[in-house]
Design a protein around this ligand. Structure first.
Ligand code: ATP
Ligand code: MG
Length: 213
């Protein structure tokens, strides 16, 4: 569980749409937690993600609950409602400002896949991001993992501002899980069992199913 205020804690922050959360997310978080000896990884499902403003995204409450179900068995994983409850478009800088305010003495590690890292300079207030947290870029099949595009900006930052790590390659994406569910193909073993059941129970991703029903 999240505790406020304790000094010296190392917290991972894993932002995502999690529509649905899948084993690629969980392996990435677990690997970074082990590699950086993190006390906890906080998964933060987005409100309306700005990159996906024109795409249909499942209700926040469904994405939140799937994230809770997927992380419940790991004592070092927790889920924050911060972005969902802010009720606005989510920018990572807001997520990190809020985590920094909630855990003023913790060292924050923002975990991001290679695809997201490639776009970081287009993120809102990107320069401030590196003041708020260390960044950990993780490998993802189909994307090149490097921070070459950041070099110029990282010159004045400590060497550990951005670290790249290889994680076991899982060629899983939420898009593919949604496509499979929509076509009545299996998502077993791509997402945790409880998430398979939740998707089916809530008829998520079924074309024509009433949203929020
Ligand atoms: P979508 O296909 O809807 O974009 P996604 O699978 O990319 O979904 P997101 O919620 O967009 O999932 O991603 C949240 C974070 O997890 C991002 O930083 C992303 O790069 C990372 N991530 C997602 N899937 C993987 C994976 N298979 N391996 C490593 N990192 C991943
Ligand atoms: Mg994505």
């Amino acid at each position: 569980m999240q505790e406020t205020g304790r000094t010296g804690r190392k917290l991972g922050v894993m932002g995502g749409t999690f529509d649905p959360i899948h084993h690629g997310h969980l392996v990435a978080a677990s690997e970074v937690a082990n590699r950086f000896d993190l006390d906890e990884v906080i998964f933060v499902p987005t409100g309306q993600p700005w990159q996906k403003a024109h795409k249909k995204v499942s209700p926040a409450e469904d994405r939140y609950l799937m994230t809770v179900i997927a992380t419940a068995s790991n004592p070092r994983f927790s889920v924050s409602r911060a972005d969902i409850d802010r009720g606005k478009v989510t920018y990572t800088v807001d997520t990190l400002r809020e985590m920094r305010a909630q855990f003023p003495d913790a060292e924050l590690y923002f975990i991001t896949g290679a695809d997201a890292l490639a776009n970081i300079l287009s993120w809102q207030d990107w320069a401030e991001l590196f003041e708020l947290a260390k960044f950990v870029g993780v490998s993802r099949p189909g994307y090149e993992l490097n921070a070459d595009h950041l070099q110029e900006h990282l010159r004045d930052l400590p060497a550990d501002a951005v670290t790249m790590i290889e994680v076991p390659a899982l060629a899983i994406s939420s898009s593919e899980c949604r496509r499979r569910a929509a076509e009545n193909r299996p998502v077993w073993y791509l997402v945790p069992d409880g998430v398979v059941q939740y998707i089916s129970k809530r008829h998520l991703y079924v074309p024509g199913a009433a949203e929020g029903s």
